[in-house]
Design a protein around this ligand. Sequence first.
Ligand SMILES: *[C@@H]1O[C@H](CO)[C@@H](O)[C@H](O)[C@H]1NC(C)=O
Ligand SMILES: *[C@@H]1O[C@H](CO)[C@@H](O)[C@H](O)[C@H]1NC(C)=O
Ligand SMILES: *[C@@H]1O[C@H](CO)[C@@H](O)[C@H](O)[C@H]1NC(C)=O
Ligand SMILES: *[C@@H]1O[C@H](CO)[C@@H](O)[C@H](O)[C@H]1NC(C)=O
Ligand SMILES: *[C@@H]1O[C@H](CO)[C@@H](O)[C@H](O)[C@H]1NC(C)=O
Ligand SMILES: *[C@@H]1O[C@H](CO)[C@@H](O)[C@H](O)[C@H]1NC(C)=O
Ligand SMILES: *[C@@H]1O[C@H](CO)[C@@H](O)[C@H](O)[C@H]1NC(C)=O
Ligand SMILES: *[C@@H]1O[C@H](CO)[C@@H](O)[C@H](O)[C@H]1NC(C)=O
Length: 475
Amino acid sequence: MAKLLIIFLYCICANGEQFNLQGDAGLAYSVEVIMGHPHQKINLLIDTGSTTLAVASYSRQDSDKYFDANNSSSIYDSGKKVQATYFEGKWIGRLVSDYIQLPSMPLVPEVRTDMALIMESHNFFMNGSQWQGLLGLAYLPVGARGADVIVESWLDSLDRTLTRPVSFQLKLCATLSTQNATHYGNFQILDGKQKNENLNKSYRTTIIQKRWYEVGVLSVRVMRHVNKSSNPPDIDEHMCQTLNKIKAIVDSGTTNIRLPNCYFRQIVDDLRSAAQTSNMLITDDFWYAGETGCWPEPQDWSLPWVAVDLLSYEADNQYFTLMLSPQNYMRVVAAQNSSGESGTVSEYCYKLGFEKGGDETVLGYTAMEGFQVLFNRSAGWIGWQTSDCGPNTKIMGPFVVSSSLKSKCKLIKSAPDSTISIKAAQWALTAISVIAASILLYLLYPCLKTLLTRRLRSPSQISMSQAALVEQEST
Ligand SMILES: *[C@@H]1O[C@H](CO)[C@@H](O)[C@H](O)[C@H]1NC(C)=O
Ligand SMILES: *[C@@H]1O[C@H](CO)[C@@H](O)[C@H](O)[C@H]1NC(C)=O
Ligand SMILES: *[C@@H]1O[C@H](CO)[C@@H](O)[C@H](O)[C@H]1NC(C)=O
Ligand SMILES: *[C@@H]1O[C@H](CO)[C@@H](O)[C@H](O)[C@H]1NC(C)=O
Ligand SMILES: *[C@@H]1O[C@H](CO)[C@@H](O)[C@H](O)[C@H]1NC(C)=O
Ligand SMILES: *[C@@H]1O[C@H](CO)[C@@H](O)[C@H](O)[C@H]1NC(C)=O
Ligand SMILES: *[C@@H]1O[C@H](CO)[C@@H](O)[C@H](O)[C@H]1NC(C)=O
Ligand SMILES: *[C@@H]1O[C@H](CO)[C@@H](O)[C@H](O)[C@H]1NC(C)=O
């Protein structure tokens, strides 16, 4: 049986190139799944910033699409209560298990997996979002768990069924044309046997801790010249320590690149002065307050590139640089060109893809668009290649420095993975006695920034990283 499945997996990439991810501007990427028996079609947000599969189980005001547990004959209901608390919102649900399969990946087997059935929620679902739940892709230590249960993730269920570890790959392409703001991408499950048709050089970064996808972000800087021959600057000790102080994660469930306040300011100051130099009229509210800027035509930005330096997996005195073009960080949030009786009404709106975020660094999907990103969960690295879709991107390096970047940037974490799991479990136990629920799940409330352009109805960005867990853990 296992052998058969492996052979099946081997063929997945043959038809892997069509888009199976889709989303509205700012609302991340979601994939269609089929759940339960008989099958029900549901859209789940692809989230590398959380671990547990959670799905709406009731009809809501903003959407009547949900997973109807009463209709599934294969559901197993533990009866245990699951609760997710955010900074401002929450949901309450039940731990169940049922079958899930991805129609766009017919050769990836249908597996039974644990999931949280959301029974009621507050400020969780977004008006107009196309998804009814989250498909968490991170590691078990940040998944939901309790005294006598561990909520297994879908990927772990898949590993168990196939008796070998799988990896996954995200190719996020942003918008396909200037005519609308819908974005598309491709999600694939890989087992290491497939031939990668992208022959561009792959650069690997280390997953520092297997909880979220925690990586070493060494610096983020604005490039005045994209110039191959110029030497990259030395890594600034203070900057790299600050960027990784709490954690730096790769999170497809967050829209923007979130930086500690001081570096947000530095990057945005640089971009703003570059825009002024080239006589672009952009308000300070656009740069610093996340406001939307609209123009009658699609914009072709002549702004500098932004470099993100990542610790290399190959050696700890090596790093490489993701080069993000203005197309990455000047995010399209609305594109309209409609002709009516009063003539043509056209409007092209953008938002800055950077936001400030206290002490944390989050490489949201803005930093992944234009790349093909492979998450090798078991080996502990993330591979980056330039791709054939999305914003124009480059990768430079590898660059070698004289000493260990891990020690310079204090990237050596004291606790090994197992200790973290125990800590997480202990944390859950303590929290349970407080909240009197058998399971707890902490997620960060999606920062629903209110829209500044009234004409746009859907919210413009989200954030699904489980930041609250670490805060709880350290208290
Ligand atoms: C559940 O089954 C009933 C009866 O067949 C059907 O009317 C309903 O639409 C189903 N619910 C969902 C969410 O598919
Ligand atoms: C499922 O069945 C229960 C018990 O019959 C009922 O209370 C509940 O409203 C049903 N849920 C849905 C979504 O139809
Ligand atoms: C959600 O959107 C609908 C129309 O798209 C609107 O009527 C409704 O008031 C919105 N609800 C909230 C809570 O914003
Ligand atoms: C958006 O544009 C793409 C490319 O032109 C097109 O394939 C897609 O159907 C459009 N989507 C919507 C919702 O109009
Ligand atoms: C993941 O890493 C392992 C160990 O290095 C390797 O055998 C496997 O081929 C990798 N998977 C992919 C999809 O590259
Ligand atoms: C590239 O760098 C070299 C040396 O630093 C410099 O002379 C040249 O003008 C640069 N080119 C561009 C396009 O910035
Ligand atoms: C908008 O549509 C009009 C007529 O359909 C067309 O002439 C114009 O080029 C379009 N503008 C853009 C920016 O695509
Ligand atoms: C390789 O990267 C380049 C950009 O550097 C891109 O144009 C090309 O399409 C990529 N190839 C594939 C197969 O993705």
